[in-house]
Write a new protein. Sequence first.
Length: 173
Amino acid sequence: MDKALRDKGLAMRKAVLGEDYVNKSLASADAFNAPFQEILNEYCWGMAWTDERLPKKTRSMLNLVMLACLGRMHEWELHLKGALRNGVSKDEIQAIIHHRLPHTIPQQETQVIPHHKMPITSQRPGLLQIPRRPHRQTPVKNNRHPGISQPDQLLQRTQRQILTARHNNSPVP
């Protein structure tokens, strides 16, 4: 561990998130998660946040966008306070929220909308079956499975892999 980088990161973390919050996080650390706190201080705050190529205000604005896009609202609230400490104005925060909307919400909706129409039935544990989608008007012929286009077959296989992985709490392939 680089103690100087850790100390620099700890100071930055306190400056952005507030000393009370950081002190509570450190005080609540136990033998299991204390090393994680050290990693946060040294790498996340020491290396990333003390890099002088981006001002703190810009970093705070980037964090707000990333956290909002990831749906990490409990962290967003924390970093919102940090952004205000780092000079981000209320008007800039409003602009960040407005700028995020057209880039994330429509994409999320276009991914979610088709799935509400696809009932999922489980034939046996660990195996999920997804009904076939209607054929496209100009399907790509599949010699092994006549009547099922190759794109549809690939989509079905990918969806089955994802749903099976979610069902089994395993990583998505």
